[in-house]
Design a binder for this molecule. Structure first.
Ligand code: T3D
Length: 258
């Protein structure tokens, strides 16, 4: 199976599972990943996701053996298999933690950036490998990179295709944190479980609001915040959060809409 799904209380772990190919992506894997995301979203008990890779890599991008003989006009359409995954990750109503356990190259790096919080092991590297094979960053790379690290660094990363160590990635704001390799998976589970115990509706609205801010004027964004805040405040978790504060106890959020 190219994707493994493990269900934990409150959240699911999805593992990219082609370790002998550093979890390089195939069409089949893209479809399985999308199906797992859709299934997770449909299950109300799943309130967060953890995405990681099996073996020593996170994901080496498109499986190059599968496209070695691709003819003119055959590469672009392949992205129709991966782009829905990126859209689904960004739209998903629950937060996604990406635990980058090793090299994240090409589409594999950009898949990680589609997550909400990215943790990486200190030995992991991020590589916009595309320039080495005459391609451009895809799977959202040209959108994520300048927004995360600014245009100057985005251009150099895209054009030079040099591996960026996890610690530099964290210093540059490309990811949330670099942690010791041995602690990565435990830390990722702790973080995902913590997110799963948050007010899930608010988490989903945070995702949508921050993405909308990328194109909105301040004026439009203020309106959006008003509308989203109204939606968040209709949830039982808002009432529970306020009650818990007043009663000086931790909140017991359920993530439910009613
Ligand atoms: O529309 C479209 O479909 C186009 C979409 C493109 C999106 C993209 O992602 S383009 C970018 C594709 N990815 C790459 O160019 C990265 C290629 N891989 C590498 O540069 C290196 O493997 C890494 C820097 C990622 C890791 O290097 P290293 O030395 O740690 O490992 P390795 O020995 O190179 O790889 C281990 C094995 O995985 C090896 O197989 P072997 O020799 O043991 O049988 C290697 O061939 C295989 N592998 C690694 N990456 C890929 C791969 N096999 C197929 N496709 C790969 N992308």
């Amino acid at each position: 199976m190219t994707i493994l799904v493990d269900k934990h209380p409150g959240y699911w772990q999805i593992t990219l599972n082609r370790p002998d190919r550093l979890n390089a992506l195939t069409i089949e894997m893209g479809a399985a990943l999308l199906a797992a995301l859709e299934e997770a979203e449909a299950d109300e008990s799943c309130r967060a996701l953890l995405l990681t890779g099996a073996g020593r890599g996170f994901c080496a991008g498109q499986d190059l053996t599968a496209i070695a003989d691709a003819g003119p006009g055959e590469i672009g359409p392949l992205l129709d298999h991966y782009n829905p995954v990126v859209r689904k990750m960004r739209d998903l109503r629950v937060p996604i933690v990406c635990a980058v356990n090793g090299v994240a190259a090409g589409a594999g790096a950009n898949l990680a950036f589609a997550g909400d919080i990215v943790l990486a092991g200190r030995s992991a590297t991020f590589l916009q490998a595309f320039a080495k094979i005459g391609l451009i960053p895809d799977v959202g790379g040209t959108w994520f990179l300048p927004r995360l690290v600014g245009p100057a660094r985005a251009r150099a990363l895209a054009m030079l295709a040099e591996p960026l160590p996890a610690e530099t990635a964290a210093e540059w704001g490309l990811i949330w944190q670099a942690v010791d390799d041995a602690q990565l998976i435990d830390e990722a589970h702790r973080l995902t479980a913590r997110l799963a115990s948050q007010a899930t509706i608010a988490m989903g609205l945070v995702k949508r609001a921050l993405d909308a801010a990328e194109i909105n004027t301040l004026d439009r964004q203020l309106d959006l915040e008003r509308d989203f805040q109204d939606e968040a405040a209709r949830s039982p978790d808002f009432r529970e959060g306020v009650r818990a504060f007043l009663e000086k106890r931790p909140p017991a959020f359920t993530g439910r809409r009613t």
